[in-house]
Ligand binder design. Sequence first.
Ligand code: AMP
Length: 560
Amino acid sequence: MKYSKLCEVYKKLSSTTKRLEKIEILCSFFNELEEKNIEIIYLLKGSFLPDYDQRDLGISEQILIKALSKAFSLEPQKIVKKFKEKGDLGDVGEYFIKEKKQNSLFSNDLTTEKIFENFKKMLSFEGKGSIDKKILSLSELLLLAKEEEIKYLIRTVLSNLRIGLSVQTILEAFSKYFFNGENKDLIEEKYNLSNDLAEIFLSSKKGIRELEKINIKPGIPINVMLAIKVSSIKEGFEYCGRPAAFEEKYDGFRMLINKKQNGEIFLFTRKLENVTNQFPDIVKVVKKNVKAESFILDSEVVGFDHKKQKYLPFEAISQRIKRKYEIKEMTEDLPVEINIFDCLYINGESLIKKSFVERRRVLEKIIKEEKNKIRLAIQIITEDEKEAEEFFKKSLEKGNEGVMIKNINVEYKQGRRVGYMCKFKSESNELDLVIVKAEYGEGKRSGFLTSFTLACRQDDEFLEVGKVSSGLKEKEEGLSYEKITDLLKPLIIKEKGKEVELKPRIVVSVSYQNIQESPSYSSGLALRFPRIISLRPDRSVYDIASLDDIKRELKLFKNK
Ligand code: AMP
């Protein structure tokens, strides 16, 4: 397909904020999609792979500037200057194409096939010289692109398409296109299982029976069940019914442990990232202690210091998630314990629709516990508030964050906070938020980003809730200004004076003292005295607090 055709669709989609209009635009575009070009559907989301595949091209703004410079034989400084002026590299590309009009008149058309060909090549380049090869492949695409095409191409490469289109809207458009607006829930449920828009599209095209057949497969990451926060045990019972299961809430990170029929083990974070290579210790323990041919287990991985015989806070082990080298040393310095709390698939059979008690029974049969390496989450089932309260206190005494409260009679509901699972923590004011802006510091902090604007989520929008500069350290240890600056710099979209606007990617856990209404921020709310507690590389922007979550917190403060 000509890329220009897709760019027309991008343009139409960004020209309206109305969901129904977007759905109409998508439906007429779906006529163009066939099995052989179905990958194009990923481009709608500004990606080129299904969601379950979290690899990216590894192209930063800096590399893109080099590719632009190569394609248009321009001095990089000239491009940087325009970037500072326009604040968006997509617009910069468009500007230079207009300037060099005569070239593009004679070039071939850019096609989606060519884009996929080069993107896949770029993914395969590794090691020495890979950046140069990527620049070459990219500049080839840039040269083929015409005016508007280059803007969207650049934004896709930088994973920042910004056409105001969510997966939710695409799924709704499937429902309209294939089923006259019916089967929305089924489509969403199946999407949560497959994380692949192309698979959902093609199955829906064949009819509802094919769509119904989609199921979880070990080796492919799936969206996990999310918890609602409750402010009392009683409220937990209200959501989960009586009796309910109470489990210790461990302070680590979520991991889905998969074993395929052929014995291969895969480990995924809740962000769907494949972290198998980073945790060979977990692979080993799972191979030894989980007795089943194939499975998908849901678990919380916690740091455990064998020498001091104590659990480590999340910040300590979070560095293992992104670590690409010295893995062996890491496994020795920062060993982990796996706390398994659910089983979604066993020996070729999905357990998603089974009740929690049944799923737990399976776990009890297949896990051989080993001290401080692998165990089942500690659990009681009770209908008694006092007993639950006692369990909660004991859990805190052991250093856990609180308890999880679970409905024992229901299926595993993915991706949503439906109240089948609740979290009850000791009184802590903590939220996961995303950094959307930052400011450079002064004096000895100049060159570092030192103040950060935080945002919550409301549907597809990010709304600001405050600024934070404390919680970080000047030095190397902990989360330093240097480290966070390194993480944020490649995400800069716009620069103005000292302030930079960022792609919303970096999720942080933030503590605060209070919340108040405030006209200064786009959410209408402001956190008082926020502090960054830790980076959450295991969480995506879909996991952060929503505006409704924060409004609920505000209400709780007001009622105190
Ligand atoms: P929060 O991180 O505050 O949203 O709390 C929910 C998270 O607690 C889950 O996503 C898990 O990562 C974690 N967790 C810890 N222990 C458990 C448990 N026993 N059952 C379920 N989730 C748990």
